[in-house]
Each structure stands twice: as structure tokens, then as C-alpha cells.
Design a protein around this ligand. Structure first.
Ligand SMILES: Cc1ncc(C[n+]2csc(CCOP(=O)(O)OP(=O)(O)O)c2C)c(N)n1
Length: 288
């Protein structure tokens, strides 16, 4: 049972809507960007940063903060919208995203951007980094949690499964693994490029309590995290069933919008589509 009230769900949706619009604006300023994978994950990241994670907005490096490793580092254009909203960077900085000389590179650099717990972008490494942070919490007697978000296409990388094997072996349950299962990667749909199914069974075979949840449903994800935290017998993997490009009708479900360029006209179309998407989601929440 999620403890989120209707008001909290609506507030999360309003936040996610604002972040989705910021993503489109940032892609427009940058000229191009990873629109699809930023939009598929933004609901999950919204839930983490505005509901679940213990962070200190005044001190992004607070040692007891919960950690977030965005292993699918190419979706930095989505993560920066959160960092700007939290005040870790200036909203004005977003206009420099991926431009020459900017501290905001297409893959975020943890040494330059406050609030980024690890530099990622070379796929396959985030889960091992997250495991290291989770082990460090135990070794230093801290009770922070580590969340790691992977892409489904990223799971083609062998290193993901080495980390998974170690997490299962150690029953590392101060770490929550999440996979953005948007069914698409850079050059095709996952099942056409490199089959992942039966995906949930694979995580289970590595010793995880694996669940598939709707990655656009705050209540469902929140319940799944609650359940994960209550279990002590196995580490958890949440497979987030999502839509690549969610909310932007010309991009939704189309792997070709993994990375793309938008002009003013397309940006306007995207904002209009996001408004319709948001209104539908708000109506569903109000009716729930
Ligand atoms: C080691 C490595 N190989 C290749 C790439 C290029 N690359 C960037 S994104 C991507 C596809 C990733 O697919 P997925 O994880 O499903 O991303 P999402 O759909 O969630 O954006 C690839 C192959 C990379 N960043 N790192």
C-alpha cells in the first residue's frame, strides 16, 4: 500500500510535468539531445528526489545523503533538470548544456556538477559503483541508501551482470537497482538488437527479488520501493516498465528519438503534447 495521498501524487505529477518541459527546452538550447531516455526515466527520478531520497538541498555533498547513480549516463539531460530545480546548479546553466566550455557536458561530470554522485556515460559501470557505495555505507556505519538506475539496452554490457552477481552474493539490500525498461535502445528495440527477455527471471536468477512495475506510476513505484526496503532476505531489482519519449507524441515509443535534434517548431509541438499528457495524468489521479 503506497502511503502517498492524492495530493502528493498530484504534486509529483506537477513536478514531473515541469521537468519534462525543462528537458524539451534544454534539448532545444543544446540543439539536440537524448530526449527519449530522459523522458522515460523522469517519473522514477522525480519519485526518488521529491519523495524517497534523504538529501540536503543546502549541502549536495552531505555524507549521510542517499546516493543516486544514474548508470544510463547519456540521460544527463534529464538529470540536470532535477539538479537545477533542486538549486544545485542555476537554471541559467541549463542553456549551456553540452555547449563548448560548459560545466554541463552531455555526460555529467561528478567533479564539476554538484549533486552528481558519479561520472557515468560509458555504459555498464554504474551498478558496480553503486555496489561500492553501498558497501562503503556498511563499512563506515552510515545508513544511507544507494539507488542505481540502468537502461535496459545498457544491460547488454557484461559488467552489469558481474555487479548483479556480487550484489546477489552479498545480499546487498541497502542498494536498490532500477532498470528503465523502455524496450528501446540506440539503434533499435531491445528485443531486436539483443534479446533481454525473460528479463525479470534473469535478475531473479542472480539472487534478486525482481519485480516489474509501471515506471510512470508514482504510487506503484513507491509501493515497490517500500516493499524492497522491508525485505531483508534478498536485494531488489525494480524493472520499470516505461515508454521511451513518454509524453511527446512524435517521439513516444520510437527508438529513433533516442537522440535527436529539435527546432522551435518541434519544441512547440512537444510542449503541446506534454500539456495533453499531463492533463490526462492529472485527470486519472483525480479520478483515482
Ligand atoms: C560502453 C558504451 N557503449 C556504447 C555507448 C553508446 N550508447 C549510448 S546510449 C546507448 C544505448 C543505451 O540504451 P538504453 O540503456 O536502453 O538507454 P535508454 O533507452 O534508456 O536511453 C548506447 C549504445 C556508451 N555510451 N557506452
Amino acid at each position: 500500500m503506497s502511503t502517498l495521498s492524492k495530493e502528493q501524487l498530484i504534486s509529483l505529477e506537477n513536478k514531473a510535468h515541469a521537468l519534462r518541459n525543462t528537458i524539451v527546452d534544454t534539448v532545444l538550447h543544446a540543439g539536440s539531445g537524448h530526449l527519449g531516455g530522459a523522458l522515460s526515466m523522469i517519473d522514477a527520478v522525480t519519485l526518488l528526489y521529491y519523495r524517497r531520497m534523504n538529501i540536503n538541498r543546502q549541502d549536495p555533498g552531505w555524507p549521510d545523503r542517499d546516493r543516486f547513480i544514474m548508470s544510463k549516463g547519456h540521460a544527463g539531460i534529464g538529470f540536470v533538470s532535477v539538479l537545477a530545480d533542486l538549486g544545485y546548479i542555476q537554471p541559467e546553466d541549463l542553456k549551456t548544456f553540452n555547449l563548448t566550455g560548459s560545466k554541463l557536458g552531455i555526460h555529467l561530470d561528478a567533479t564539476k556538477v554538484p549533486g552528481v554522485d558519479a561520472s557515468t556515460g560509458s555504459l555498464g559501470h554504474g551498478l558496480s559503483i553503486a555496489l561500492g557505495l553501498a558497501i562503503a555505507a556498511q563499512m563506515t556505519g552510515r545508513d544511507y541508501l544507494t539507488y542505481c538506475l540502468l537502461g535496459d539496452g545498457e544491460c547488454n554490457e557484461g559488467a552489469v551482470w558481474e555487479a548483479a552477481m556480487a550484489i546477489g552474493n552479498r545480499n546487498q539490500n541497502n542498494l536498490i537497482t532500477m532498470v528503465d525498461r523502455n524496450h528501446a535502445m540506440l539503434d533499435g528495440n531491445t528485443e531486436d538488437v539483443m534479446k533481454l527477455e525473460p528479463f525479470q527471471d534473469k535478475w531473479a536468477a542472480f539472487g534478486f527479488y525482481a519485480q516489474t512495475v509501471n515506471g510512470h506510476d508514482f504510487a506503484a513505484m513507491d509501493r515497490a520501493i517500500e516493499e524492497a526496503l522491508a525485505r531483508k532476505d534478498k536485494p531488489t531489482c525494480l524493472i520499470l516498465d516505461t515508454v521511451k519519449g513518454a509524453g511527446v507524441d512524435f517521439a513516444a515509443g520510437d527508438y529513433r528519438w533516442h537522440y535527436g535534434a529539435i527546432n522551435q517548431e518541434l519544441a512547440q509541438q512537444a510542449h503541446e503534447s506534454l500539456e495533453r499528457y499531463h492533463q490526462k495524468r492529472i485527470a486519472a489521479l483525480k479520478g483515482a
